[in-house]
Design a protein around this ligand. Structure first.
Ligand code: CAA
Length: 283
């Protein structure tokens, strides 16, 4: 197995900042990169706030928070990640964006290092084929909020070696996560099941089955989910939900995965959910 002590994280958004926080708290030297310095600063400020909150709630000590902050370095260029043993990409859920990042990583990140994608639905086999090291590429799909959710869904692409897969599984474990293996098929396991449920909730709203609040209350109280499906969609991001439904629809070719027109309309209107201030709810 490859020994991983330095981790690079690409993207300081909702997922990337969570991964960087957990990596730095788990004793890894962590390098967080974002092509936008504004996003990088916002991500770093969020991590600092979360670490301080944890101290005030008695979840960890001030020393542990300090140590995590010292382990975290912000990078304004991808070159800053070149010496990392493992780079986890958590950029926008778009094929063109991810493909470009993996091509650049393959050129810049040291030979032999592992590359992982936090993609929620794009084929790991296809992402890996953008590089000359497909055996060293795997999927590490974290859940939001990363510091709270226990799961990392591990995805083995066609060329991913057992050594790479075991190494990323052991990193996930060192981060206190439970690693569950899923095959490289559209949506993997979580989103193959979660997204059609969310999409169906949007259809229910679209067809007037019940109001936003009632759909969420019914699912929360009737099926013991911590959030209703529409609130969860806002939390994940409606643009992300639509992108994942698009991958399921195209990749599996079944009309049951057709994205609801209302979901498309909200995204076209810029209602991306919590992150944009408005989705099914206002924030
Ligand atoms: N970052 C870090 N910690 C957070 C957080 C965040 N963004 N949001 C909440 N927390 C922590 C809180 O600090 C709190 O910790 P303590 O219990 O130790 O004090 C704990 O989570 C619970 O938070 P709250 O009491 O404020 O609120 P809650 O009880 O309503 O829980 C929740 C919030 C954990 C988000 C809960 O509603 C939940 O589990 N929701 C479902 C989340 C989910 O399904 N995520 C997966 C989405 S799918 C995905 O991510 C993958 C994909 O590809 C789309």
């Amino acid at each position: 197995m490859r020994v991983v002590s330095k981790i690079g994280v690409i993207g300081a958004g909702q997922m990337g900042r969570g991964i960087a926080q957990v990596a730095s708290q788990s004793g890894f030297e962590t390098h967080l990169f974002d092509s936008s310095s504004e996003s990088l600063e916002r991500g770093a400020a969020f991590i600092k706030k979360q670490l301080a909150r944890g101290v005030s709630k008695g979840k960890w000590t001030e020393e542990a928070s300090q140590k995590a902050q010292e382990s975290l370095q912000l990078e304004t260029s991808l070159e800053g990640l070149s010496d990392c043993d493992l780079v986890i990409e958590a950029a926008t859920e778009r094929k063109d964006v991810k493909f470009k990042i993996f091509q650049e990583c393959d050129r810049i990140i040291k030979e032999g290092a592992l590359l992982a994608s936090n993609t929620s639905s794009i084929s790991i086999t296809e992402i890996a084929s953008q590089t000359k090291r497909p055996s060293k590429v795997a999927g590490m799909h974290f859940m939001n909020p990363v510091p709270v959710m226990k799961l990392v869904e591990g995805i083995k692409g066609l060329e991913t070696s057992n050594e790479t897969f075991d190494s990323v599984a052991s990193v996930a474990k060192a981060m206190g996560k439970i690693f569950v293996k899923a095959n490289d098929v559209p949506g993997f396991a979580v989103n193959r099941i979660l997204m059609p449920m969310i999409n169906e909730a949007v259809y229910a709203l679209y067809e007037g089955v019940a109001s936003v609040e009632d759909i969420d209350s019914a699912m929360k109280l009737g099926t013991n989910q911590p959030m209703g499906p529409l609130e969860l969609a806002d939390f994940i991001g409606l643009d992300t939900c639509l992108a994942i439904m698009g991958v399921l629809h195209e990749g599996l070719g079944d009309t049951k995965y057709r994205p609801c027109p209302l979901l498309k309309k909200y995204v076209l209107a810029g209602r991306f959910g919590k992150k944009s201030g408005r989705g099914f709810y206002e924030y």
